[in-house]
Design a protein around this ligand. Structure first.
Ligand SMILES: [Zn+2]
Length: 245
């Protein structure tokens, strides 16, 4: 049980984990991690414009369609476990009840690392509120006085996804992850997002650009790795190491 490698991705809306961390998810599943994805909402109000343009659309139909897309994408990525909190979007309801549910999941999963959104996103406050929520839930999961007797959380890193419109979000990458070997899975997952087809090529371009940065930062012309696709992440907490490299 304690040797199990696990990760937890907290996604504000049901498609965010695909664009922003699909490669990391697929890669770690292949490496033997059990990745749990929590979608706080389906993005039913704010990120489903194409569905709402259809005649006679209802909130329940949008949610069902978005859930199916997310489940298909999760299957394409090999996700171990996907959960839908269904707390509504634009805005998310991140009150005490949602917080308690999330802390329970964190303690159950005991992630070796966590992922969520950028800390700042003036275009989409659901995203930045999710990051604040993730930090608060991580803190509560570490508190010995919260539900005494449960296994307390250690200190998993929180990786922040690359946001949309990167330059406006005060997001600065500190890690590039080579996702070339799992790109086919990420591309298949992206194509499950039928409601947001306008984003497919945008996120392919992002992965190609980040691969350029991976090559440069892994040695560039002096021996950098020939990554074709990569994802960037910003880390919140310091690493503890025995040796610098
Ligand atoms: Zn979103």
């Amino acid at each position: 049980m304690s040797d199990k490698k696990t990760a937890l991705v907290i996604s504000a809306h049901s498609a965010d984990f695909v664009w922003r961390a699909g490669g990391a998810i697929a890669l770690h599943q292949e490496k033997g991690y059990e990745v749990t994805v929590v979608c706080l909402s389906y993005g039913e109000r704010g990120e489903s414009a194409k569905l709402w343009k259809q005649e006679g659309m209802t909130l329940e139909r949008v949610k069902a369609a978005r859930r199916e897309e997310a489940e298909n994408a999760a299957a394409a990525l090999g996700v171990n476990d996907i959960r839908f909190f269904d707390v509504g979007d634009y805005p998310l309801d991140l009150g005490r009840e949602t917080q308690d549910r999330m802390v329970d999941v964190i303690r159950e999963v005991q992630p070796k690392f966590m992922m969520s959104h950028s800390k700042w996103d003036p275009y989409n406050t659901d995203h930045m509120n999710t990051t604040q929520f993730a930090l608060e839930c991580r803190m509560i999961a570490q508190a010995w006085g919260h539900n005494p007797g449960q296994k307390v959380l250690g200190a998993p890193q929180l990786y922040l996804f690359e946001p949309h419109q990167t330059e406006q979000m005060e997001w600065k990458p500190s890690v590039f992850l080579d996702i070339t070997d799992v790109w086919d899975k990420k591309w298949a997952a992206i194509q499950c997002m039928q409601g947001q087809e306008h984003l497919w090529n945008f996120y392919k371009n992002v992965a190609e650009n980040r691969a350029n940065h991976f090559r440069r930062n892994s040695g560039g012309m002096a021996g950098g790795r020939a990554a074709k696709y990569a994802e960037g992440f910003q880390t919140i907490f310091p690493r503890t190491v025995d040796e610098l490299e």
